[in-house]
Design a protein around this ligand. Structure first.
Ligand SMILES: Nc1ncnc2c1ncn2[C@@H]1O[C@H](COP(=O)(O)OP(=O)(O)OP(=O)(O)O)[C@@H](O)[C@H]1O
Ligand SMILES: [Mg+2]
Length: 385
């Protein structure tokens, strides 16, 4: 059992770790990290065993990415220890550490001027002590494994997002890592491509015996693929346990509230954002969750009003999260930087219309400033039967 929260009397300590379980390969104690005075990881403890698949879920800003980035020293922890196979990560040679631990990000970051095959071969060619032929043969094997045998010579621009992400996975595997870290590997993808990438990760999980930590918003996937789930909240692993526990019988309040949101989609939008088709996606998402037509129409209208008359005019970047709970409540959340700006108190005529729709139809309307960002949330509640 793992100590997940120092304030929780139920939890055990690390010394109790079951002796028949495989050895712990990632052991984190008291990990803390702040950015500009804002505490993001707060005394986080976690253990991951060899061959274990751990999915990390939790709200935006919980510190999930920061946690993964600390593991392979893309961020330097302020305090705490990270042991990788018993060795202090901060004292390890960074190149050795990153070879042991591959990482795949939301953005694939392939080199645009290199083919898929060359992207995969680049690091092993320079860093591994292997012959060119061996590196090439293994890269071709990996391309086949991720279902891209025919795309060796394609450039990233000639590949779909899903294909690029599969190349990025192959590229990480080319270094023969023992551990793979995935940070939302599917959230930059068009919904039609999510499954092909999850399929590759799933088969890796099934076949390789590799240790994996996967930050994901894909709850069904997390449930199916994981040995354990970490629910992160406010900079700690707030609750951890097998998928059944976390999804069906969460023990703690904030886990329960999070899980209640059965599905969410998130859009990171900027000024160049292509609005075309956006309302259709929102409608599709709501339809998938059996939200009735009149509420879907209201939802689309409301989002359109807010964007057309407010966000497009006043906000540079925005994260929009849309969730549907088990009760079919539709939850909306808009987070954006800049000076304090609340459309609900704005007095210009344009935003008034959106405001009226919200006030008339929505509940749990809340505007707050969280970590320096404007956050507007409200719920379009399910109809009472
Ligand atoms: N390099 C950085 N500089 C300043 N602040 C940062 C940096 N990296 C992360 N943060 C802040 O730390 C907090 C946690 O960020 P993190 O990316 O770890 O969250 P997350 O759980 O991965 O969220 P999401 O689900 O949105 O990806 C956020 O408030 C973020 O703005
Ligand atoms: Mg993140």
């Amino acid at each position: 059992m793992i100590q997940i929260d120092k304030n929780d009397a139920q939890v055990g300590t690390v010394a109790e770790t079951n002796s028949i379980s495989p050895r712990v390969v990632i052991s984190v104690r008291g990990l803390s990290k702040s950015f500009e005075g804002v505490s993001v990881l707060r005394d986080l403890d976690a253990d991951i065993r060899k061959g274990e698949i751990v999915s990390i879920i939790g709200p935006s800003g919980a510190g999930k990415s920061t946690f993964l980035r600390c593991l392979n020293l893309l961020e330097t922890p302020d305090s705490g220890t990270i042991l990788i196979d018993g060795e202090d990560a901060e004292k390890m040679d960074v190149r050795y550490l990153r070879r042991k631990m591959g990482m795949v990000f939301q953005q694939f970051n392939l080199f645009p001027h290199l083919s898929a095959l060359e992207n995969i071969m680049l690091a092993p060619k320079t860093l591994l002590n292997e012959s060119y032929e061996d590196v090439r043969a293994y890269a071709l094997d990996l391309l086949e494994k991720v279902g891209l045998a025919g795309k060796a010579w394609a450039f990233p621009s000639e590949l779909s997002g899903g294909q690029q992400q599969r190349v990025a996975i192959a590229r990480a595997l080319a270094m023969h890592p023992e551990i793979m870290l995935f940070d939302e590997p599917t959230s930059a993808l068009d919904p039609t491509m999510v499954n092909e990438v999850l399929g590759v990760i799933r088969s890796l999980a099934d076949e390789s015996g590799m240790t994996m930590a996967i930050v994901t918003h894909e709850m069904r996937f997390a449930r199916e693929v994981s040995d354990r789930i970490f629910y992160m909240d406010q900079g700690i692993v707030y609750e951890e346990g097998p998928a059944d526990q976390i999804f069906d019988r969460p023990r703690r309040d904030r886990t329960r509230a999070f899980i209640r949101r059965v599905d969410t989609i998130r859009y990171d939008l900027d000024k160049d954002f292509d609005y075309y088709g956006f309302d259709a996606k929102i409608d599709d998402f709501a339809m998938k969750h059996l939200v009735e037509q009149d509420r879907r129409e209201l939802l689309v209208q409301l989002v359109e009003e807010l964007f057309d008359n407010f966000f497009f005019l006043k906000v540079e970047e925005l994260t929009f999260t849309l969730g549907v709970t088990e009760k079919k409540d539709v939850e909306l959340r808009f987070a954006y930087g800049g000076p304090e700006l609340n459309p609900l108190v704005s007095d210009d005529a344009a935003s008034l219309f959106a405001k009226n729709i919200i006030v008339k139809n929505c509940t749990e309307i809340e505007f707050s400033i969280i970590d320096g960002k404007n956050v507007l949330e409200f719920t379009l509640p399910a109809k009472k039967l």
